[in-house]
Design a protein around this ligand. Structure first.
Ligand SMILES: Nc1nc2[nH]c(O)nc2c(=O)[nH]1
Length: 331
């Protein structure tokens, strides 16, 4: 396909610093797949490129397609940023293992999961889709959004690959977006997606996310829950996975149960529903134990749990329903 630019490269990256499988398929992004016959090779779309990624013990190898006419000599840096390769995972793992026995036990086989640094619009809309949903369904919803509102960036073996739609692309279609998504069986998420796009535009458009990156973590989260359909859990996922707030600790039912059993057994023993205060008590506890990168430690525990329950393929089917309080209506 001559209209698609193709570039290949190879960068130093030790396999023990990056578990591609759990990082790409562990419920952070919904745009990656692996080839059935080649379990160590992955393909998917990120940052407007279609990527093929594979690993050796010492290197991460990539081929990137697409990117249109834009000059893009910086693909290696894009991957470095996406995988946050400047974060010293081994050193932090040592600390987290010393911090709590539960982490030491659970992280044994899945240590090198990395927190992705994603584009915020993709992260936000995908996580609206993720509510009460499982990975396969979320993936097909995200694919629907991309093929309908994104740009074709690559084509191979009769399959077209599309970028995630930009805020402008969604905004141009705002008049019909909710109806179209309802017809495509997005259910109540249709209203949340179109409402969030509208609200982001009112709050400042794409630059709003830069402001959120610059705000202290809890202020950024408080801004995010102004959007329809965004509660604390999804806001924390966005803070963690695309705004650089690595202390954000999303609490779903699995993490709640883990907290009940291992971190706060007494305080949570009789708790049946999670109020915003209890949500914060649990995530504060994780921050006390794991420090400023507690959200990364959560990601590793989340993936350990996900591997255990893989047969069910659940992610956010287990979103906790936060008990609403008068103060924090939208949790
Ligand atoms: N690291 C995390 N990834 C997630 N995906 C998802 O759906 N929920 C989570 C989460 O809580 N942490």
């Amino acid at each position: 396909m001559s209209c698609f630019k193709t570039q290949s490269g190879k960068m130093p990256c030790k396999a023990k610093e990056l578990n591609l499988h759990l990082t790409l398929l562990g419920g952070q992004s919904f745009r990656w797949k692996t080839q059935e016959d080649k379990k160590s090779s992955f393909y998917g779309v990120a940052f407007g490129h279609f990527w093929n990624l594979s690993q050796t013990e010492e290197f991460l190898e990539f081929t990137a397609h697409g990117g249109g006419e834009k000059k893009d000599n910086d693909l290696e840096n894009k991957l470095k940023t996406y995988f946050r390769l400047d974060f010293n995972l081994s050193e932090n793992l040592k600390l987290w293992k010393k911090s709590h026995n539960h982490f030491k036990e659970k992280s044994e086989y899945i240590q090198s999961v990395r927190v992705l640094n994603q584009e915020p619009v993709e992260n936000l809309i995908s996580f609206i889709c993720s509510q009460n949903n499982h990975i396969n369904r979320i993936t097909s919803m995200v694919e629907h959004l991309c093929s309908k509102y994104g740009e074709k960036i690559y084509s191979c073996d009769g399959v077209n690959y599309y970028s995630f739609p930009t805020l402008e692309a969604f905004s141009k279609n705002l008049d019909t977006l909710e109806d179209d998504l309802r017809k495509a069986k997005f259910g109540y998420r249709a209203k949340f997606i179109s409402g969030s796009i509208k609200k982001i535009n009112e709050l400042g458009g794409i630059e709003w996310f830069d402001n959120l990156r610059a705000l202290p973590y809890k202020k950024a989260r408080q801004e995010l829950v102004k959007l329809p359909g965004i509660g604390y859990k999804v806001a924390d996922c966005i803070c963690l996975m695309s705004l650089g707030h690595l202390q954000a600790v999303p609490i779903d039912t699995h993490i709640f149960q883990i907290a009940q059993k291992h971190y706060m057994p007494e305080a949570l023993s009789k708790i049946k529903s999670v109020t915003p205060k209890i949500y914060d008590d649990i995530s504060d506890k994780f921050r006390d134990v794991y420090g400023e990168y507690a959200g990364w430690a959560q990601t590793i525990l989340f993936c350990a749990q996900l591997s255990r329950f893989k047969e069910k393929e659940d992610t956010d089917g287990d979103d906790i329903k936060l008990k609403r309080s008068k103060k924090a209506k939208k949790c």
